[in-house]
Design a protein around this ligand. Structure first.
Ligand code: FAD
Length: 426
């Protein structure tokens, strides 16, 4: 039996950030994970500019350690390839990171990155009690405590407040908040590692290939990692998987074998280990993020950008905000749903812009001709967007909607020089 002020479930980026932020406020907490670290997690493994900013804000020494870590890889930008094989590249240059003198982007396996974060918790914040290999399976709220029990019957944790940072597709979270499964706001992702892949002529670029129209709006990501290893990953919305009876592994392997841009580079490729799958809770709707004696962060709160699957940075941002609300509740000794619901409001305010595009396109994506239209749009847009600053501006924009309704956006889109068709033999 363990008694604590706050129990954080899940030691991924969301949970570790929450635990660190709580420790910095002098709030004792228990951080529990069902896995023993290091553990794998299916992901594209792009550590984006907002993750780097969050780390800098949280603990600059941890960021310095990351900058010196041998497991991370510096990448320069992103290559987008349309179904018609036109392509353009965008350098990762976040204006905010530039202003703060911070790096822009890394790649790192989640095996290494998450273990690095958890080690930082263990070594720098001894007030956090870390328990690994403990699968919490039961959540009950009494008048004075939230009570958690693990699957094996070894642990009972009594805490004033529970912070769910236990990732996507979790029964425990859904039981707590009563959220209904809505397949159009959830996705299934798959990741595989390969070696002996010929490098892309433009080095150190992540590559995003939009699928042909019958599978649009989805695509396949190739991320270069340290030591010549390549991460190939894809995700498809659950309602599309059902409707089109998709087997995502087959889709991924067929694409690698047949796409004219990449098939030759993957001819002698060898898969390392097994493919790994994961659910994604998309930020295309607002999920309930709080309730009686609990808050939710990261994937457990449905904060993944549905347009690019980025979620690590959002998990870290929500972790810091959750720690602020935990502190307020502890000071007021009030952990009721009524008090904690202001966390939902604050999160919606803080994440509104980051998830705006996800929420904007969600209703259209249920329309019958959406995949044809999005394939046409990508073909057209990428073809017209050579050397354009347009995409960079959109990628890092503080107000995407304002940019999208600005006529000058369309002027630039229609009148910039055409991009190049990719030449697989280049
Ligand atoms: C295919 C794919 C590609 C992606 N690409 C990117 C990308 O390139 N960049 C990016 O930023 N994001 C990407 N994401 C999203 C990113 O992986 C998540 O947003 C991120 O992992 C969220 O962090 P988290 O801490 O909320 O959850 P997680 O990282 O999922 O951590 C949750 C932790 O909780 C533990 N846990 C779960 N249930 C229990 C339980 N009952 N008891 C105890 N412990 C429990 C798990 O073991 C796990 O360690 C991708 C996702 C997928 C699937």
């Amino acid at each position: 039996m363990i008694e604590t002020q706050v129990c954080v479930i899940g030691a991924g980026p969301g949970g570790c950030t929450t635990a660190i932020a709580l420790a910095q406020k002098g709030i004792p907490c228990v951080l529990v994970d069902k896995s023993v670290f290091p553990r794998h997690k299916a992901c594209g493994e792009v550590i984006t500019s907002n993750c780097i900013r969050e780390l800098a804000e949280l603990d600059r020494d941890i960021l310095t350690d990351l900058e010196n870590a041998l497991f991370k890889y510096n990448i320069k930008g992103n290559l987008f390839v349309a179904p018609n094989n036109y392509q353009f590249g965008v350098a990762y240059k976040s204006p905010a990171n530039e202003r703060l003198g911070l790096p822009h982007c890394y790649t790192a396996t989640r095996h290494d990155f998450d273990n690095f974060l958890l080690n930082a918790v263990k070594t720098r914040y001894p007030s956090v009690k870390v328990i690994e290999g403990c699968h919490l399976a039961d959540f009950e709220v009494t008048d004075d405590f939230a009570i958690l029990r693990d699957k094996k019957g070894e642990y009972t944790i009594k805490s004033k407040l529970v912070i769910f940072a236990n990732g996507a597709g979790n029964k425990l979270t859904k039981k707590a908040n009563g959220a209904k499964v809505r397949k159009s706001h959830e996705a299934i992702g798959l990741r595989a590692y390969f070696k002996n892949v010929l490098p892309h002529p433009q080095e150190k670029m992540a590559e995003f290939y939009f699928f042909e129209k019958k599978y649009m709006p989805f695509g396949l990501y190739i991320t270069p990692l340290q030591n010549g290893v390549v991460n190939v990953n894809t995700w498809v919305r659950k309602d599309f998987v059902d409707k089109k009876s998709l087997n995502i592994r087959t889709l991924m392997m067929d694409f690698l074998k047949t796409n004219p841009n990449i098939k030759e580079r993957f001819e002698n490729a060898e898969m390392i280990g097994k493919t790994q799958g994961s659910s994604l809770e998309l930020g295309s709707r607002w999920w309930k993020m709080s309730g009686n004696r609990f808050l939710q962060v990261g994937d457990a709160a449905g904060l993944i950008d549905a347009t690019n699957a980025n979620g690590i940075g959002h998990a870290m941002i929500s972790g810091r905000i959750a720690a602020d609300f935990a502190q307020k509740s502890i000071e007021a000794n009030d952990f009721s749903a009524k008090v904690l619901q202001s966390y939902d409001k604050e999160m919606q305010k803080r994440m509104k812009n980051a998830l705006k595009l996800s929420r904007m396109i969600a209703p259209f994506s249920r329309m019958p001709y959406y995949s044809n239209f999005s394939a046409w749009l990508m073909n057209y847009w990428i073809k017209r967007s050579a050397n354009s600053q347009l995409i960079i501006k959109l990628m890092y924009s503080k107000n995407t909607t304002k940019d999208l309704i600005n006529p000058s956006f369309y002027y630039k889109l229609f009148f910039t020089k055409s991009a190049k068709k990719t030449n697989p033999h280049d």
